[in-house]
Design a protein around this ligand. Sequence first.
Ligand code: UDP
Length: 323
Amino acid sequence: MNVFVTGGAGYIGSVCVEELLNAGHVVTVFDNLTEGHRSAVDPRAKFVLGDLADRELVARALTDARAEAVIHFAAHALVGESMQNPGKYFRNNVANGLNLLDAAVAARVRKFVFSSTCATYGVPEKMPMDESLPQLPVNPYGESKLMFEKMLLWYRQLHGLEFVAFRYFNAAGASKKFGEHHRIETHLIPNVLKVALGQKEQCEIFGTNYPTPDGTCIRDYIHIVDLAQAHILALAPGRAGFFNLGNGSGYSVREVIHACERISGQPIKSIEQPRRAGDPPRLVAAADKAFKELDWQPKFPKLEAIVATAWDWHKRHPQGYRD
Ligand code: UDP
């Protein structure tokens, strides 16, 4: 298929583009490079530098690409930042995303695949979390993604746009070529590995008094290549709806730090900090729907295997991408 990928220069997008190309698809990447990196775009893909705020450019790029499917990664995705600057999230993730949605309808795109998040559930009443749980976000990031999910439902009903929306749990790890490099790194695993690389003296643990066995937050980490594979499966005809993508196992912040110590062979110093605003204590997926309906089978479900690929990439790219 001709696939138009927004945010294809970002962490999740870059690996998905690589996997799409490996599977024989023709890919156009659309990215404004504010968060992404030009060198993270697989050279086999066509690249368009552009911003989703530019409605005409989005529409033209989509038509030029003869897009049959759109995979929409481009978004702001930091819980903490969204609590400081909610407008940034609603503007980019909702308003700018709407330009893409309208362009997809106009270009008669057959399938729209959307990166949503488990943050749409807020503080879940049940664990593990399946897709039927109420969605009551506790931060503007989750709210902005939920608003987009709702737009997708209306666009399906009123314009016939078929979609798959993935509610990601915590993406982590790397492919052989592409890994995680944010200019300002806030994510747990890369920050812990910076200590192992000798780039930081210590990592921080945000909150030690959560109602969890060791007092730190629990997340479900999912390998980036497994995540990418689900997007490829979503392109097949007849696959539609909302799907959680996670492994069903939760690991606390302290457990992640210990896994990083084991994989890197380095002791990792940490300091305890207050809670980070907007963080639910525990998020663990029930992803049975994706297993059954998409035939999705994660290849790297274990935290240590996920961390090992991240460590391998960071050792080979200690400064990340050069651009
Ligand atoms: N976290 C932490 N120290 C860090 C970064 C994150 O303790 O340096 C915690 C964070 O509060 C959350 C978990 O680790 O409970 C995962 O955070 P991350 O930012 O990686 O992903 P999120 O769950 O926010 O998408």
